[in-house]
Ligand binder design. Structure first.
Ligand SMILES: C[S@@+](CC[C@H](N)C(=O)[O-])C[C@H]1O[C@@H](n2cnc3c(N)ncnc32)[C@H](O)[C@@H]1O
Length: 251
């Protein structure tokens, strides 16, 4: 099975549980940030849109959103909650992004989802397609974890307790390949219904690699923050929000 099929299979498994698992993650700051970049006349494209955690509230602000995702089951969840919002979706791998002649003022990929492209060539291909799909002066935004999770780089394996109550146990079992820059993990959930496995596979990139891949595709970094509130990035930041524009575009 190729990586597209593999990611599809993993995320189909997540689909019925995703919103519950991430109900504590407030999309508000991301939505405000993205809306401020799009402008009232702009259209947005979300790569790896999932169940629409960000796309649906962004559309509530009057910004039409197109979402692509490899998992039809995740998109089914999005459509169950879409109502009459201006959100359209396509089932596709973001490395094969093809928007035809349509151009977007904003393209974004949130929650480290860029890392679900499992090789450097697929990540490079995605960025090249992003440049083709951006309107003149448009912005590309990535939200991702800075790959320095405690303990992860020191060893190949890790088991972490995420949550423990009288009726419930959440564990993460992680393996790390520092050569391929890949992390594979299982979120394990034990409760009265039994055991549930929620698998994840990702290839992280350091900021320097990301900026090189972006520059190679024709994207210049214009801003970088530690969070959606535009806090400055520091040596202790755990995630970054990076904003790129096509090279040669007016700032
Ligand atoms: C962590 S979820 C993020 C969903 C949403 N963006 C959010 O912030 O809640 C990751 C999503 O990436 C999708 N995905 C994984 N690999 C992909 C790929 N190669 N192309 C497009 N979508 C992909 C999964 O199906 C899943 O919906």
């Amino acid at each position: 099975m190729d990586e597209t099929g593999r990611q599809q299979q993993l995320w189909d498994q997540w689909a019925p549980h995703y919103n519950h698992e991430h109900q504590g993650r407030d999309p508000g700051p991301a939505v405000d940030f993205l809306a401020s970049l799009t402008g009232t006349a702009g259209k947005a494209l979300e790569l790896a849109v999932g169940t629409g955690r960000i796309a649906l509230p962004l559309a509530d602000l009057g910004i039409p959103v197109t979402g692509i995702d490899v998992s039809a089951a995740m998109l089914d969840e999005l459509h169950r909650h879409r109502g009459d919002r201006a959100v359209t979706t396509h089932t596709a791998d973001m490395a094969d992004l093809d928007t035809g002649s349509e151009r977007f003022e904003l393209i974004y990929v949130a929650f480290s989802s860029f890392y679900f492209l499992m090789t450097q060539p697929r990540q490079a291909a995605c960025l090249q397609q992003v440049v083709r799909a951006l309107a003149p002066g448009g912005r590309f935004v990535i939200e991702a974890t800075i790959p320095r999770a405690p303990g992860l780089l020191a060893g190949a394996q890790q088991l972490a307790i995420r949550d423990l109550t009288d009726t419930h146990l959440s564990l993460s079992a992680i393996t790390h390949d520092p050569i391929a820059q890949t992390i594979r993990f299982q979120e394990l959930r034990f409760d009265q219904d039994g055991l549930r496995l929620l698998p994840v596979a990702m290839r992280y990139v350091h900021l320097s690699e990301l900026d090189l891949l972006a520059a190679d595709a024709g994207l210049n970094l214009t801003d970088r923050y530690a969070d959606w509130h535009r806090a400055p990035l520091t040596a202790t930041s755990t995630q970054h929000i990076s904003v790129y524009t096509p090279a040669g575009a007016a700032p």
